[in-house]
Design a binder for this molecule. Structure first.
Ligand SMILES: Nc1nc2c(c(=O)[nH]1)N[C@H]1C(S)=C(S)[C@@H](COP(=O)(O)OP(=O)(O)OC[C@H]3O[C@@H](n4cnc5c(=O)[nH]c(N)nc54)[C@H](O)[C@@H]3O)O[C@H]1N2
Ligand SMILES: Nc1nc2c(c(=O)[nH]1)N[C@H]1C(S)=C(S)[C@@H](COP(=O)(O)OP(=O)(O)OC[C@H]3O[C@@H](n4cnc5c(=O)[nH]c(N)nc54)[C@H](O)[C@@H]3O)O[C@H]1N2
Ligand code: SF4
Ligand SMILES: [Mo]
Length: 722
């Protein structure tokens, strides 16, 4: 068996490397300069770029710490009969994985092999992973953590506009807005440099933030002349129907736009008729006067604002985040936000718009190139005969050999080790036992597998449960492309050599494909994989065929769709939406009963989300001293009145519980939260894992789980010393 190629040597002349942050979708630009002789091999400096304009958050500033090597995996680990890991050679580890895949496939069929990807993977890796699952393994069972992130917004965007690009306009367009409605997003902590783009609306008194917590983002609005709207968790759909009701009732609708650019508008008026402000107030806890004020502000064009050339006077933007999307009615809630935007005539109108804020570094590209259960590269549907024929030709395989649609993440995870379910699972870029809903059941599922293979840089909590762990190159050690929250394709460049023993994930996939005697070609160099991705995406919704590394290296802004021979598309929908008739589709939505929320009404509602210092499951940021020291343990926020009623003082160890499990943390008392609501970050492992109490009930359209609200009880606990 051939061994993998050695990582190519980093050119010595590369004094400074212009690249982007490894973490979130803002993809802040930075320069890495070699720092010879230090524990951390490069120094980070922010670089000017439209999204971050020279800013970085703490995570970006400290991102190079993880290149230093502490805790880094440098050889494949294989679990022995005694249950312990032993370091092995690459051939041995890859042979073992290939044998395991073959055995599962032979005994239980190809669908008994599952693949779980991530929105942090480069486009090249995401693409090759999808191809690997379908063509090398022959399984339909592939999905990824973007299902937990962007799926509701993506489903709503595709349904309404015929295309899902989180922001259909460049971030800088927000600078000229006089009104911005932020629904369930705390950008001041989750994308700090992004907050700079809110300054115009903030100073115009038009920043409106909807969040059950008074977050740093809500403060940007509330402390100025803007508004912080603080609804009952999970009531956003009602709130949006109520605001839309006022838009109709007060004649604020852009009738000309609705007639010219949308279909289905007639049903919309009817669907919001019963949501008059006082009724909406009784469901959401938001005063009727506030609901009216929000509607009026969104429809207003401030007098005296003449605008500038190319930037019309003070427009309005509506943006959603996970706070309104990660619910079992997340797709309908995002749809209600889109419908409100359409009623006001915002999408595609210069200086105004609607968008959703993509989360992970490559959360956008990761959802375009085939990691999703129902999707082929280029954002094509796997059930579409033309799409299948296109990919069959690109891959050189019979169309019938491409599997059909698989199952979404929660269903895939629920099937682990069950009859008819997945028995061998490969994980690339997710720390499931911390980040998946109802985490205890996911942990049991992983325990029932015949073979669990995890690729990671570190021994994450999920990798620690694996049978085989394969150490991969990270961020500044690899080449590739990422697609930012604006749909802009950018280059990730290698600045340092990876530690000895670490392999590129593309090489791992290609090597496994060879060991499985897979048909088709298996390029393992990023540029070659991107060239294949261009062909694969050509003619699809997310068409990258006109983009190449040369263009990106020259610093060209490349927003997809970017068909061969064209230029990119920074702004979408100016003349038409992506449905065949060019119209946006208004799908009327309604609020339905919700068992978890009803249970929560009798107990307390736990809301989960993020802290500035930690990223996701914390697998990376809990290893950075500065970030860990700033937020070393899970702190659960509760209102002083709630705390008093439960005999809890600030700093007390507490436990939240329900029939799914229990989670621990230290009480943090704050009047920034509603008395009926608690907040816990989901970044911590062990008994501080917030997902031990979240529900794996899913949205019927997107299969997004209900991360944001869980019914819980709270109690003070005594923790034994030592
Ligand atoms: N520091 C940091 N930054 C990150 C990440 C990280 O882990 N850490 N992750 C990245 C990723 S992948 C993502 S997806 C983004 C997420 O970015 P955001 O969407 O900004 O983050 P969250 O904290 O998940 O949720 C936002 C807000 O929703 C509120 N919320 C909860 N329930 C409700 C509700 O029912 N209604 C309303 N209106 N609001 C509600 C929460 O109080 C929270 O303040 O962040 C990205 N950036
Ligand atoms: N309760 C609750 N749960 C949530 C959320 C919430 O708001 N509340 N948010 C959800 C959301 S929006 C998201 S995006 C998920 C994220 O949660 P996860 O899917 O767990 O994401 P990360 O913590 O980023 O895990 C990525 C893992 O892959 C590794 N990794 C990073 N890059 C690569 C790579 O290129 N290759 C490989 N092989 N490994 C890599 C990292 O070291 C880390 O161990 O969590 C979801 N879970
Ligand atoms: S905002 Fe996001 S991309 Fe920018 S430095 Fe922070 S984590 Fe990195
Ligand atoms: Mo996310």
């Amino acid at each position: 068996m051939t061994t993998l190629a050695e990582p190519s040597v980093v050119p010595q002349h590369a004094a400074a490397t212009a690249t982007h942050c490894p973490y979130c979708a803002l993809q802040c630009a930075m320069t890495l300069t070699p720092a010879a002789g230090r524990a951390v091999p490069v120094e980070v400096a922010p670089r000017d770029f439209p999204t971050n304009r020279g800013g970085l958050c703490k995570k970006g500033w400290t991102s190079a710490e993880l290149l230093g090597g502490a805790g880094r995996l440098t050889a494949p680990l294989v679990r022995g009969a005694d249950g312990r890991f032993t370091e092995t050679g690459w051939d041995e580890a890859l042979d073992l994985v290939a044998r395991g895949i073959r055995r599962t496939r032979l005994e239980h069929g190809a669908d008994a092999v599952g693949v779980f990807g991530g929105g942090g993977l480069t486009n090249e890796k995401a693409y090759l992973l999808g191809k690997f699952a379908r063509i090398a393994v022959g399984t339909s069972r592939i999905d990824y953590n973007g299902r937990f992130c962007m799926s509701s917004a993506a489903a709503a965007g595709s349904r309404a506009f015929g295309l899902d690009r989180g922001l259909p306009f460049p971030v800088e367009d927000l600078d000229g807005a006089s009104t911005i409605l932020l629904l369930g997003t705390n950008v001041a902590e989750t994308m700090p440099p992004f907050a700079g783009h809110l300054a115009g609306a903030q100073s115009a008194g038009g920043l409106i933030v909807v969040d059950p917590r008074r977050t740093p983002t809500a403060r940007l609005a509330g402390d100025g002349a803007g508004l912080h709207v603080q609804p009952t968790p999970g009531s956003d759909l009602a709130l949006l129907l109520g605001i839309t009701h006022v838009v109709f009732a007060e004649g604020l609708v852009d009738e000309g736009y609705l007639a010219a650019r949308t279909s289905g508008a007639r049903g919309l008026r009817r669907s919001v008729a019963a949501w008059w402000p006082e009724r909406t107030a009784s469901v959401t806890g938001v005063p009727a006067a506030t609901i009216r004020a929000v509607a009026r502000r969104l429809a207003s064009r401030p007098a005296g604002d003449a605008g500038t050339a190319g930037r019309p006077a003070g427009g309005t933007y509506i943006l959603t985040g996970r706070g309104v999307e990660q619910h079992i009615d997340g797709t309908d809630t995002a749809t209600a936000a889109i419908n409100l935007a359409l009623a006001l005539g915002l999408p595609g109108t210069p200086g105004s718009g609607y968008g959703t804020l993509t989360g992970q570094g490559n959360g956008q590209g990761g959802r375009e190139h085939g990691q999703k259960a129902d999707q082929l590269p280029g954002y094509r549907k796997i059930t579409d005969p033309a799409a299948r024929a296109h990919l069959a030709a690109v891959w050189g395989v019979p169309e019938a050999s491409i599997p059909g649609p698989g199952v979404p993440a929660v269903e895939l995870l629920a099937s682990l080790g069950r009859p008819g379910g997945v028995r061998t699972l490969l994980v690339h870029g997710s720390n499931l036992v911390v980040s998946a809903p109802n985490a205890a059941s996911v942990r049991s599922g992983l325990g029932r597998l015949d073979l669990l293979v995890v690729c990671d840089f570190f021994l994450s909590e999920t990798a620690a449960l694996a049978d085989v762990v394969l150490p991969v190159r990270q961020w500044a050690e690899e080449e590739g492309t990422m697609t930012s929250l604006e749909g802009r394709v950018i280059r990730r460049l290698r600045a340092v050599a990876a530690p000895d023993g670490v392999r590129d994930e593309l090489q791992i996939l290609a090597e496994l494909a060879r060991r499985l005697d897979a048909p088709s070609a298996w390029p393992d160099e990023p540029r070659a994989v991107f060239e294949e991705l261009r062909l694969a995406s050509e003619g699809g919704i997310a068409d990258y065929s006109g983009i190449d590394y040369g263009l990106l290296d020259a610093g060209e802004a490349a927003h997809w769709p970017y068909p061969r021979g064209s230029t990119g598309t920074p702004r979408l929908f100016a003349d038409r939406f992506a449905h065949p008739d060019g119209l946006a589709r208004i799908v009327s939505v309604a609020r339905h009963p919700h068992p978890e929320r009803e249970a929560a009404a009798a107990r307390l509602t736990l809301v989960t989300g993020r802290l500035l210092e930690h990223y996701q499951s914390g697998a990376q940021t809990r290893r950075v001293a500065e970030l860990r020291d700033a937020q070393p343990v899970a702190r659960i926020t509760l209102h002083p009145a709630t705390a008093e009623a439960h005999g809890i003082a600030d700093g007390d160890p507490i436990e939240l519980g329900n029939d799914r499990g229990r989670v621990r943390g230290l009480a943090s008392l704050s009047t920034d939260i509603r008395p009926d609501t608690l907040f816990a970050p989901f970044h911590y492992p062990g008994d501080e894992t917030a997902n031990l109490v979240t529900s794996d009930a899913v949205d019927p359209v997107s299969s997004m789980p209900e991360f944001k609200t869980a019914a819980v009880t709270v109690r003070r606990i005594i923790v034994e010393a030592g």
